[in-house]
Design a protein around this ligand. Structure first.
Ligand code: KIV
Length: 277
């Protein structure tokens, strides 16, 4: 009866929260990528990514928006359902979009949709200490939660742009405390976006749950990038942490395999992809 979740005729069983915790303990880097449709999800899975995120970055890379703010729960459910069909081994994490978790009960209703209609196995929220009660409410219902800290793109209009966070000592310490509080509230993972290397590493050491970074340096437990950036599809000025793995390669699957290999072998991120305080 339990075989579906364990082995679907594959060499290794599907990734789950326990796998991610074990990887942190074993210091095996966790390779993560975003995906938004079934075909790319299949490639990302084949390439060996451990976690696939249906990010609300789909607002920018799929819908052509300037920010993630207009993305809706219906958008996330649709893309999540598409991605879920393409996955075999990778663990599916899905973003809760802007204003879909303003109260514990609203968050629970929307998380249920993402899991039941979208096939999500973990949901990600851009949170701080002020939202610990929301994380706690979800965790109490056994909903796996990833707390997104550092640069929170849904807050872009409040922050005044996409900026590196935690550069001064006080802000860095506040972030470490936030990570601890959210872990205590029941978060099963933390995602750090755009912080100096030292902050990423400090948070990695401060919590027992896996810490995935994007622009958070090499000292975290795993790395994530936006698929369209890795494949060189995104045009224009790129954030410092982006690396185009299509350079010198003809096939997307080769590029994705190179990304996973570089994360696993700690060749990515290099110094040129990192922020210092
Ligand atoms: O929406 C997204 O793709 C994300 C990544 C930047 C981690 O949250």
């Amino acid at each position: 009866m339990y075989k579906q979740l364990q082995q679907r005729g594959m060499d290794s069983p599907p990734v789950n929260v326990g796998t991610l915790r074990d990887m942190k303990q074993a210091r095996e880097p966790i390779a993560c990528l975003t995906a938004y449709d079934a075909s790319f999800a299949e490639l990302v899975d084949l390439a060996g990514a451990d976690v696939v995120l249906v990010g609300d970055s789909l607002g920018m890379v799929i819908q052509g928006l300037d920010t993630t703010v207009p993305v809706t729960v219906a958008d996330m459910v649709y893309h999540s359902r598409c991605v879920a069909r393409g996955l075999r081994r990778a663990f599916l994490m899905v973003d809760m979009p802007f204003m879909s978790y303003t109260s514990p009960s609203q968050a629970l209703d929307n998380a249920i949709r993402l899991m039941q209609e979208g096939g999500a196995k973990m949901i990600k929220l851009e949170v701080g200490e002020g939202q610990a009660a929301i994380v706690e409410h979800l965790a109490k219902q056994d909903i796996p939660v990833c707390a997104h800290l550092g640069l929170k793109p849904q807050s872009v209009h409040k922050i005044g742009g996409f900026k590196v966070q935690g550069r001064d000592e006080q802000a860095a310490q506040r972030m470490v405390q936030e990570a601890r509080t959210l872990e205590a509230a029941g978060a099963d993972a933390v995602l750090m976006e755009c912080v100096p290397n030292a902050v990423g590493a400090a948070i990695r050491d401060a919590v027992k749950v896996p810490v995935i970074g994007i622009g958070a340096g090499p000292g975290v437990d795993g790395q994530i990038l936006v698929l369209y950036d890795v494949l060189g599809i995104t045009q224009g000025r790129m954030p410092r942490f982006v690396k185009n793995f299509m350079k010198g390669r003809d096939a997307p699957l080769d590029a994705l395999r190179a990304y996973v290999r570089d994360v696993k072998e700690r060749n990515y991120p290099g110094e040129e992809h990192c922020f210092t305080a």
